[in-house]
Design a protein around this ligand. Structure first.
Ligand SMILES: *[C@@H]1O[C@H](CO)[C@@H](O)[C@H](O)[C@H]1NC(C)=O
Ligand SMILES: *[C@@H]1O[C@H](CO)[C@@H](O)[C@H](O)[C@H]1NC(C)=O
Ligand SMILES: *[C@@H]1O[C@H](CO)[C@@H](O)[C@H](O)[C@H]1NC(C)=O
Ligand SMILES: *[C@@H]1O[C@H](CO)[C@@H](O)[C@H](O)[C@H]1NC(C)=O
Ligand SMILES: *[C@@H]1O[C@H](CO)[C@@H](O)[C@H](O)[C@H]1NC(C)=O
Length: 620
């Protein structure tokens, strides 16, 4: 040992700080053989996570690694989700047959029979509630399915599509109420990217979706929306994220010099910018949280002039993520899942505002496939007509929400951010019932597709994943205290009328697909979602706290808040977020996920509790 030449010693020392490769599927250190196989197939970065060695005192990483020190890459981007119930496929991972041995009917046929297309507004929630739901979904799952058929495989409905195994379009039934007049016969659709079809693991294993976001609720859709994007979005000055200013308004940016595409150029130049760009709801919240990060970093810098960029960046991010979690768990979810249910299920604290710690390092950080899937029910609650309102909340005009899809640049035009923001907290969202908005059902993605039907795609996705029968989920959700075999076993959750509709498309209760069953359920008592959505969401939301070493309510995490700081975080609210960073928000209702009404009237921003950042001033 003592004779090692200096040059080898240097290599050893350098290697200590070098990234280590883990296999994304296995979560274990990459063997030389695996490495050679991946390199030969040119999929090394697709199938591995290369991470720096963990340091248990460091901040939450943006790529999700080193959260659980026993399983350093679990919870990082492109690591496998768990399944609440085992997959149910026929041979060759084809979707199962019905109990009488037939192929299932076309997804659009089933949707046409179970959901009514029309306009109905909700009596409780605002449009912003459904936008926040979208944004929260992309924190833990990626939208690559849409990009697949819009950009990579634009031919799935054409002759070429027939020979591409990744294409799986949804055909239009013969007597379709809309498209028998339009002449369209097919809706684009691709299979999701899986560890198997990307080549990371052999095709004899159960198809497992891969996502490009982390498993944690950590705003990874902003800070590291694709692997390595942290370096594109940090300005490395004052802890700030890069931004550009258009007409005095701040927008997300990755611009490093004047040659990069700017938001204000994007429409005319058609250049693609490297910032998150999805549906309207997630684009709005991305813009707001991006600005909020910079606002917080600025507050911290004012209070602590000696802090460097690194400390400002990570402290600001920690506050922003905590604000977001407080708003998600204690403001948004109680409106959706019911506060009493959440307290009972130990997802939130009752009346205590102190610390709590339910972290368990023996639980592998994973997100359930069924969590992301059940979230798709919220598509039926979206309202297609977005109102633009003036300062006095008078209607200027209505614009189809879908026109903003994949079009983040359209938010930088004219006064759109002000009028649209006001509209989204003032107007109601779509009703939580059996109707779906015509745009969601027939236009779906706006200008990027001729036609699209989001609920049909949602149902079809359950088939790719081989999700077992709806009745199996009912068994699970009852804690296996009740067996669900016949249609009669479902009458506690589904009306007789809807059971008759189910019988038109499914021969037996065991044939019912998960999303179809969810669509026809009555809302759970004391909640604003169907009981099965409630069950599948609650299951993950609790797990998400248990698996997160950096959970903001923990007193023992690295860089934990002190008690006073936590009390400031408890003041987080959507109204406060918009008062900080929304465009021309002067008046807003204190509960901005809930429509204006008795006890929730518009007030000036001075009346919305604000965070006292002086609690982050370092004692000298
Ligand atoms: C399918 O996708 C391609 C590419 O985005 C598009 O040109 C085509 O119009 C789409 N087909 C339908 C039926 O929407
Ligand atoms: C698995 O299937 C995909 C396409 O579905 C193919 O590209 C890949 O080569 C297959 N991998 C193996 C190991 O057979
Ligand atoms: C970028 O543009 C701004 C204003 O248009 C100008 O002041 C600045 O010098 C330019 N920077 C570079 C690197 O060209
Ligand atoms: C709220 O806190 C008080 C005082 O700690 C306690 O007596 C009461 O039972 C709590 N209520 C609930 C609903 O937890
Ligand atoms: C929305 O998009 C459609 C199709 O691209 C277009 O015809 C329509 O004019 C747009 N509506 C508005 C209000 O911009």
């Amino acid at each position: 040992m003592s004779f090692l030449p200096i040059s080898i010693l240097i290599i050893l020392v350098v290697n200590l700080a070098k990234a280590v490769y883990y296999d994304s599927w296995e979560g274990t250190l990459l063997t030389d053989e695996q490495r050679r196989t991946y390199e030969n197939a040119n999929i090394l970065s697709t199938c591995t996570n290369d991470i720096q060695p963990c340091d248990e005192t460091e901040w939450r990483r943006t790529d999700g690694s080193c959260n659980n020190l026993n399983y350093p890459t679990r919870g990082a981007y492109h690591t496998p989700p768990l399944r609440i119930l085992p997959a149910d496929f026929r041979e060759g991972f084809q979707f199962r047959l019905t109990s009488s041995g037939k192929e299932y009917s076309l997804a659009r046929h089933i949707k046409n029979n179970l959901l009514t297309v029309g306009l109905a507004t909700d009596a409780k929630l605002t449009q912003l509630a459904s936008y926040y739901g979208e944004f929260m979904a992309v924190d833990v799952t990626s939208t690559h399915d849409v990009l697949n058929f819009v950009v990579n495989r634009p031919y799935c409905c054409k002759e070429e599509g027939k020979s591409d195994p990744m294409c799986d379009p949804n055909f239009i039934p013969e007597f379709d109420p809309v498209h028998r007049f339009s002449g369209h016969k097919c809706l684009n659709q691709t299979k999701p990217m899986t560890f198997q079809n990307l080549g990371c693991i052999d095709n004899s294993t159960i198809p497992t979706r891969t996502d490009f976001t982390t498993t944690f609720f950590d705003l990874s859709n902003i800070y590291e929306f694709t692997a390595g994007s942290l370096n594109l979005v940090r300005s490395y000055e004052g802890g700030q994220l890069k931004y550009e200013v258009v007409n005095g308004r701040q927008f997300p940016s990755d611009a490093s010099d004047n040659t990069t595409c700017f938001i204000k150029q994007a429409i005319s130049t058609g250049c693609t910018r490297n910032v998150p760009n999805g549906v309207l709801g997630s684009n709005l919240f991305t813009t707001w949280f991006w600005r909020f990060h910079n606002y917080v970093a600025q507050q911290l810098a004012n209070l602590n002039p000696s802090w460097d960029d690194e400390r400002l960046f990570y402290t600001a991010r920690d506050i922003v993520v905590a604000f977001h979690l407080q708003m998600f768990y204690y403001e948004y979810l109680p409106e959706v899942l019911g506060k009493d249910h959440m307290i009972e299920d130990e997802i939130i604290l009752g009346n205590s505002t102190g610390f709590r710690d339910i972290y368990d390092d023996t639980v592998v950080p994973q997100i359930a496939l069924e969590y992301a899937y059940a979230n798709r029910w919220f598509h039926t609650m979206q309202h297609g007509a977005q109102k633009l309102l003036d300062k006095n909340f008078n209607l200027i005009k209505e614009v189809p929400m879908v026109n903003f899809s994949l079009s983040v640049q359209s938010l930088a035009v004219d006064d759109i951010m002000s009028t649209l923001t006001r509209g989204s907290y003032y107007q109601a969202t779509g009703k939580a019932d059996f109707t779906v908005d015509p745009d969601i059902s027939n236009v779906g993605l706006g200008p990027v597709q001729e036609i699209f039907d989001i609920p049909t795609a949602d149902l079809a996705k359950g088939r790719y994943f081989g999700l077992p029968s709806y009745t199996k989920y009912k068994d699970f959700c009852s804690g296996y205290s009740k067996k669900h075999v016949d249609f009669d076993d479902l009458t506690d959750y589904i009306s007789d009328e809807k059971i008759r509709q189910l019988k038109q498309v499914y021969e037996t209760a065991e044939d019912i697909e998960l999303m179809a069953g969810i669509w026809v359920e009555n809302l759970k008592e004391g909640a604003h979602v169907p009981p099965t959505v409630h069950c599948l969401l609650s299951n993950q939301l609790k797990r998400s706290i248990i698996i997160d070493r950096h959970w903001y309510e923990r007193p023992n995490r690295p860089h934990a808040f002190n008690y006073e700081q936590l009390q400031e975080i408890r003041k987080a609210s959507l109204a406060r977020l918009l008062c900080y960073v929304g465009d021309d928000v002067e008046k807003i209702q204190p509960k901005a996920f809930v429509i204006v009404g008795k006890g929730n009237n518009l007030v000036s921003c001075d009346e919305i509790p604000a965070i006292d950042f002086t609690h982050w001033k370092e004692e000298s």
